[in-house]
Design a binder for this molecule. Structure first.
Ligand code: MF3
Ligand code: CO
Ligand code: CO
Length: 253
């Protein structure tokens, strides 16, 4: 669904709140804290300070505010008071906030203490993949151009792109059409038009692209046990490109 200016302003506010959750939680991410505690802090911040709604709570039976995906976990890791962060872990925190019915969905990678150089490289290249996907967005381009830009950059760096999970249209509906694949062919797929809102959220693996779903029904891991990274923004397509609705102050774009 295309957004008019009033709807865009609703999306801007939701996106800003989601980005502020990631900014707020950063100083708490340290060895010794549990992902359950991080989740509780964000839940209370969204409800009590932002006067907003944590979209993941109750979504298809998910019970937490955040997804906390550590090391070989690709996405949808469940916060847990028994999972204590340790030095060297890498973790994605993914949060979606609902404000006035509008959704803002974003995630970033956190380094816990000091991590190995190969993990930092994965994290940085994956963020570049997100940015290259965003740069491919403009009216008249096609959705395949986004996936192509991401896949090309990942594979040039000897990484693989997860195929089973994708970005999505977003608005009053959390996961709407169209699907935004993170791989694909240039000049293929649906045309991008002004007024669209969608997420781009590439999951990039050091090893093979294959995934496995754990028996909790949510946690997705790499089949080979090697690490994975993800970054996500919610964007709006304007007359010349993408407006990033979930941009953080630390990003110099
Ligand atoms: N925020 C995730 C996404 O980027 C979806 C999480 S659904 C949950 O689309 F239920 F696992 F929280
Ligand atoms: Co998303
Ligand atoms: Co998300």
């Amino acid at each position: 669904m295309l957004k008019n200016i009033e709807e865009l302003n609703g999306m801007r506010e939701a996106g800003k709140l989601a980005s502020e959750v990631l900014e707020m939680i950063g100083s708490f991410v340290k060895p010794g804290i549990s992902t359950g505690e991080l989740d509780k802090i964000c839940n209370e911040y969204i409800i009590d300070i932002q006067k907003a709604i944590p979209a993941n709570v109750g979504y298809r039976g998910f019970e937490k505010t955040l997804c906390t995906s550590i090391n070989q976990v690709i996405c949808h890791g469940i916060p847990d008071f028994n999972r204590i962060l340790k030095n060297g872990d890498i973790m994605n925190i993914d949060v979606t906030v609902i404000k006035d019915g509008w959704h803002g969905d974003t995630s970033k990678m956190f380094l816990v203490g000091k991590t190995q150089a190969h993990n930092e490289r994965l994290i940085n290249i994956t963020q570049e993949c997100l940015y290259k996907g965003i740069e491919a967005v403009k009216p008249g381009a096609r959705l395949g151009d986004i996936g192509h830009a991401i896949q090309t950059h990942a594979e040039k760096n000897y990484y693989s792109v997860v195929e089973e999970y994708c970005g999505h249209g977003i608005g009053k509906i959390y996961h709407d059409e169209p699907q935004i694949l993170h791989y694909g062919l240039a000049n293929s797929g649906q045309e991008i038009v002004e007024g669209m809102c969608f997420t781009i959220e590439p999951m990039i693996n050091i090893g093979s692209k294959f995934t496995k779903l754990l028996s909790d029904g949510w946690t997705v891991e790499t089949q080979d046990g090697r690490n994975s990274a993800q970054w996500e923004h919610t964007i709006y397509v304007n007359e010349s490109g993408a407006e990033i609705l979930t941009l953080r102050k630390e990003e110099n774009l």
